[in-house]
Design a binder for this molecule. Structure first.
Ligand code: 2AM
Ligand code: CA
Ligand code: CA
Ligand code: CA
Length: 259
């Protein structure tokens, strides 16, 4: 199926998923913990995931699917076939506590190359979407590549735990920026890099946290690198940096400094 037809289908599913989320605010939700008291899953994470997986399977029988709440095994994928990577609600803690600053994310890859990415900022009704064939859009508006500013000329988004535990000198790196911001959703934080509001985002991410944003960031000429400056594997959990090229060089250099 051609890219634009896939795109129209996915946008329609995401709009339906948003309606499910808005409708859920009028009832009490089931919330469970996973690995720790701060690692949550709600009935909506599962409902959105099931809905998207059903739609993909019905329309694309050859699709391989990785989605967070199905606890996927990450070894068995054929790079020749399309791979859909889903985070049904990114920022579940924000969803539960604030009803704001969470996203639905889908990344579509083939031969380890990103084809299409979707980050839906649900509460602001802003869908960031696109890929190398068509460019990157916020709803209907095309995004321009952000200015290539260095670390000391912009704000930096980070993962809270990565900063609090001071992994790879992140506190020093954050102090070298114009200031640190922590929105608590990888998707929302990557959007802020895409739009040039911040110069980078650094965190430890799982494949579904990065898949969508990676396609969009690379399409806009931003870099997506591990903290030691190498290219992240699509199926690995990594310390990763989505940033302008200049900020990426600054951050990797500081992260590699000896203790
Ligand atoms: P999630 O809500 O989809 O789990 C919060 O800092 C960001 O880190 C969110 O994007 C969140 O995605 C992600 N994250 C990944 N693993 C996490 C964990 N064990 N606990 C909390 N957030 C996690
Ligand atoms: Ca989660
Ligand atoms: Ca996530
Ligand atoms: Ca999630």
């Amino acid at each position: 199926m051609e890219t634009e037809k896939i795109n129209q289908l996915v946008i329609g599913w995401l709009q339906q998923a948003r309606e499910m989320i808005l409708a859920s605010f009028s009832r009490k939700l089931t919330v469970e913990t996973k690995t720790s008291r701060n690692d949550l899953v709600t009935e909506l994470d599962r409902q959105i995931e099931n809905f998207l997986v059903q739609q993909i399977k019905a329309n694309f029988p050859a699709a391989q699917i990785i989605s967070e709440e199905s606890r996927p095994k990450l070894k068995k994928f054929d790079p020749q076939q399309p791979l859909w990577i889903i985070d049904p609600i990114d920022g579940t803690m924000n969803f539960v506590k604030t009803h704001h600053d969470f996203a639905i994310m889908i990344g579509i890859y083939q031969q380890n190359q990103g084809k299409l990415g979707y980050i839906y900022d649900v509460m602001n009704d802003r869908l960031y979407h696109g890929g190398p064939e068509k460019g990157v859009f916020c709803n209907q508006q095309r995004l321009k590549p952000p200015a290539d500013l260095p670390l000391n000329q912009g704000l930096l988004e980070v993962g809270a735990l990565t900063l609090l535990y001071d992994r790879f000198h992140l506190q020093k790196i954050a102090l070298a920026s114009n200031g640190v911001r922590i929105y608590g959703s990888a998707g929302i934080q990557i959007i802020r890099v895409l739009t040039g509001q911040v110069i980078g985002y650094v965190s430890h991410l799982k494949p579904w946290d990065l898949a969508a944003g990676r396609v969009l960031a690379e399409t806009l000429g931003l870099t997506v690198k591990t903290i030691d400056g190498s290219i992240p594997d699509v199926l690995s959990s990594v310390d990763v940096l989505v940033a302008t090229k200049n900020a990426q060089e600054d951050i990797v250099r500081m992260a590699q400094a000896p203790y």
